[in-house]
Design a binder for this molecule. Structure first.
Ligand code: SAM
Ligand code: SF4
Length: 324
């Protein structure tokens, strides 16, 4: 079992399988000038499978595949199968923007995936195009339907942005209740791609709660599972609504995760500068035991809490490389 210097048990890995994306969400990526990693820099299927196996030996039981947009990888279903095949990892989840989900849902299901988080910040087409710089709302909506019909446990993640989608809070509640999926609101984190927007666009969890209370009292349900979200039940609604409030309600004290970037760096924390490039060791023939020692080092490097509120350029890479 992995335990850090603050007594936190680490059993969850967020693994970015690509830095590529078919959208350019304003809060995550710049429109231009990002510069993709060269193909040889990105972890291969075999490397991901080995990483998963070694992390499982260290005590990691849950892996989330993220990106960039993970469904841009042609071998995404094979990646999942290879992680399941080795055993040890009980839970694999996926975070996707949903654009390619309709066509990929069946193969993901066949590979063993059961849980999908879909990111969608608006139900309006022109707004979707504004936020993501892509005209794919209908693709995402079809992806949501396909995932629900295929029997996935679906969660919808909405980044709340003042003056952009704050008038859709109740629309999202209705949408998710109708589709029988779980809704979570994410607080906007100031990162280099959006730093200038940060202050004026930030909407706190309290602001959103106020809007939800117009539907009735909120009943705290705490965390449902091992994720960062905090849930509330709402009167007359089947599903709870969650908040991921990294800014107003730091949940670092119960952090249980490490991250691997698309190029194989272990990040002890989203905002940490102490990354270890596991891929370089992997490619130079390191043994499992040597890799395990590096993973333990990264756990020892975990800070007490993130420092996302300490100014610009806190992140050493884009969210899409580290894996948001
Ligand atoms: N492309 C996939 C997607 O959008 O779901 C996976 C990668 S994306 C980086 C993962 C999550 O990070 C998404 O839910 C996205 O909304 C969130 N995210 C990205 N930048 C963010 C920011 N500045 N603040 C809060 N959440 C952010
Ligand atoms: Fe792409 Fe996801 Fe970032 Fe949007 S949030 S630009 S979909 S990686």
């Amino acid at each position: 079992m992995l335990q850090d210097n603050f007594g936190r048990k680490i059993d969850y890995l967020r693994l970015s399988v690509t830095d590529r994306c078919n959208l350019r969400c304003r809060y995550c990526m710049r429109k231009e000038g990002i510069g993709y990693l060269a193909q040889y820099e990105i972890l291969t299927l075999k490397e991901i499978a080995r990483i998963a196996r070694v992390f499982a030996r260290c005590g990691i039981v849950k892996i989330r595949l993220t990106g960039g947009e993970p469904l841009l990888r042609q071998d995404i279903a094979a990646i999942m199968r290879s992680i399941f095949d080795h055993g040890g990892i009980r839970d694999i989840c996926l975070t996707t923007n949903g654009v390619l989900l309709k066509d990929k849902a069946a193969s993901l299901k066949a590979a063993g995936l059961r849980k999908i988080n879909i990111s969608l910040d608006t139900l309006k087409r022109d707004r979707f195009a504004f936020i993501s710089r892509g005209d794919f709302l209908n693709n995402v909506l079809s992806g949501v339907d396909e995932a629900v019909n295929a029997g996935f446990l679906v969660k919808l993640n909405v980044v709340a942005i003042k003056g952009v989608n704050d008038d859709e809070i109740l629309d999202f509640v209705e949408f998710c209740q109708k589709k029988k999926i779980i809704l979570r609101f994410i607080e906007l984190m100031p990162v280099s791609a959006n730093f200038n927007l940060g202050d004026c666009r930030y909407l706190s969890r309290r602001d959103i709660e106020k809007v939800l209370r117009t539907l009735g009292a909120l009943t705290p349900q705490g965390q449902l599972g091992s994720g960062p979200a905090d849930y509330y039940g709402m009167p007359g609604f089947l599903h709870p609504v969650g908040f991921i409030s990294a800014m107003s309600g730091k949940f670092c004290f119960r952090c249980n995760r490490l991250r691997i970037s698309a190029k194989g760096e272990i990040f002890p924390c989203l905002s940490s500068r102490r990354k270890i490039n596991l891929r370089n060791y992997l490619r130079s023939g390191a043994s499992d035991e040597e890799l395990m020692a590096l993973i333990k080092q990264s756990v020892a490097d975990k800070p007490r809490e993130h420092c996302l509120n300490q100014g610009e350029n806190v992140l050493t890479s884009f969210m899409s490389v580290i894996g948001g």
